[in-house]
Design a protein around this ligand. Structure first.
Ligand SMILES: NCCC[C@H](NC(=O)CCC(=O)O)C(=O)O
Length: 447
């Protein structure tokens, strides 16, 4: 049966803003006071989805979360009408208002970890929503993520859904951004690589000193168990703590894999040589494995973080070869652009490089790969997906019109206290759930 890798891109929500919420994410901290343009952010994301669809790839849309998250604010002791809550929280705890208004659900690579039915014992596609425990503004995402996943993959014969891991730092889980899969083609059993920051239970496990390790080993192990992955086809790899301290807050900032290719920086992993031999020994595919190591003298860690080279998507093209979907920052970075030109000519499956302007998301540390959740699906499983969430030219035009109608082109911190922004967000999202036929997934639709 034919298999597809479907990318479900996060549609940027109407409250996209820069709030400096992610300690350890260099871009988020650097752009904390920037003025955001939610309309442009959403249109940039839609342009990428359209281009992928036009390449002949199957593309999906992942709806944003409702913001502000009033449920969380009520849980934290704010009471009264919505406008009273906004007024109180903006005076007493503006940092909480910013957290509850973040549009961070756009980075769907952190929504969940997904396993292919070819890798799971029960032959179902498994999803575990990420608890995102390390950052408060992201830790509030899991309940809505779970509801959205169930509304998109609403078929018990094909899909198995798991709740987020227990909250708290021990099982800190950031989803697919720390998972890679190597295989011959999407439909074959794959080698699952879980990359973690540190162990929560082993005090001798190396740790970064400056910035937090956002993925714990124990979370990755729990997911491998939940998803019924074969032990021989699952490796747990520790990230190099030094690169976390240089701003590599997720593995997808320093490595990317697709089918039989992995592109990674020489400093990405702790004990890299050992990791490479483990991968080489465990890979069971018939096709040659391309482990492309980028040396520090070609692209330094700081340049990799600054350009987001490794946060490119690597996709298999319908007529053969692979394309690297890179942020335009790579094109404008001399050393990175030179490296990519060499990579394209070298003897490997990467035959095309496409650049996308995603600067609204990039300024919060989210590149092309952060914006999408990869879901490997057989033709039958694809048929079981909520078809209204699959991209088409028609949906593209409807979503562009919807964005033009509801989104602001300027958003700053002071706008967050404005009750009209809350109303605009709810009206827009209510309309969206009808377009994507998701049902009542948001708290404001369920109260
Ligand atoms: N995979 C990319 C995730 C980027 C995300 N940035 C943020 O949440 C920044 C939000 C802000 O600072 O306004 C994060 O760090 O989790």
């Amino acid at each position: 049966m034919h298999y597809y890798e479907v990318n479900f891109d996060g549609l940027v929500g109407p409250s996209h803003n820069y709030a400096g919420l992610s300690f350890g994410n260099v871009a988020s901290q650097k752009n904390a006071t920037n003025i955001a343009n939610p309309k442009q952010a959403a249109l940039q994301g839609l342009a990428k989805m359209k281009a992928m669809h036009d390449e002949g790839l199957v593309q999906g849309v992942f709806a944003p979360h409702a913001r502000p998250d009033l449920r969380t604010l009520r849980q934290l002791g704010f009471t009264g009408t919505d406008s009273y809550i906004l007024n109180q929280v903006s005076r007493q705890a503006p940092h909480l208002l910013k957290a509850c208004y973040s549009a961070s659900s756009m980075w769907t690579a952190n929504a969940a970890t997904v396993s292919s039915s070819s890798d799971c014992d029960d032959n179902k596609v498994h999803f575990t929503a990420a608890n995102l425990a390390n950052k408060f503004h992201r830790a509030i995402e899991a309940p809505t993520t779970e509801r959205l996943l169930k509304a998109m993959f609403n078929n018990e014969d094909s899909f198995a859904h798991h709740s987020a891991l227990p909250s708290g730092v021990h099982f800190s889980d950031e989803g697919a951004a720390n998972h890679m899969r190597l295989c011959d083609t999407h439909g074959h059993q794959g080698l699952n690589l879980f990359v973690y920051g540190t162990s929560s239970f082993d005090p001798s496990s190396p740790k970064p000193s400056r910035y937090p390790a956002r993925q714990s080993l124990e979370a990755s192990q729990a997911i491998a168990r939940l998803h019924q992955l074969s032990e021989s086809q699952t490796l747990f790899i520790q990230q190099n703590p030094n690169v976390i301290d240089a701003g590599v807050f997720h593995n997808d900032v320093i490595a990317v894999a697709n089918e039989n290719v992995m592109l990674f920086h020489e400093h990405a992993f702790l004990n890299s040589d050992e990791v490479i031999s483990q991968i080489t020994n465990a890979f069971q595919g018939q096709r040659p494995l391309h482990l492309i190591e980028v040396k520090e003298h070609h692209v330094g860690i700081n340049d990799a973080v600054g350009s987001y080279l490794f946060n490119s998507q690597l996709v298999s093209l319908p007529f053969g070869g692979m394309a690297l979907i890179a942020p335009s920052e790579c094109q404008h970075h001399d050393q990175v652009a030179t490296y990519l030109a060499l990579l394209q000519q070298a003897d490997n499956p990467i035959s095309q490089i496409h650049y996308f302007d995603l600067n609204q998301s990039m300024q919060n540390g989210g590149g092309p790969a952060c914006l999408r959740l990869r879901v490997p699906l057989s033709a039958k499983e694809l048929g079981a997906v909520n078809q209204h969430c699959l991209f088409s030219t028609h949906l593209y035009h409807s979503l562009c019109q919807w964005v033009e109608k509801h989104y602001r082109d300027r958003l700053t911190e002071t706008d967050l206290a404005d009750i009209s922004l809350l109303n605009e967000c709810q009206i827009a999202l209510d309309e969206l759930t009808q377009m994507l036929q998701l049902g009542s997934v948001y708290d404001f639709q369920r109260e």
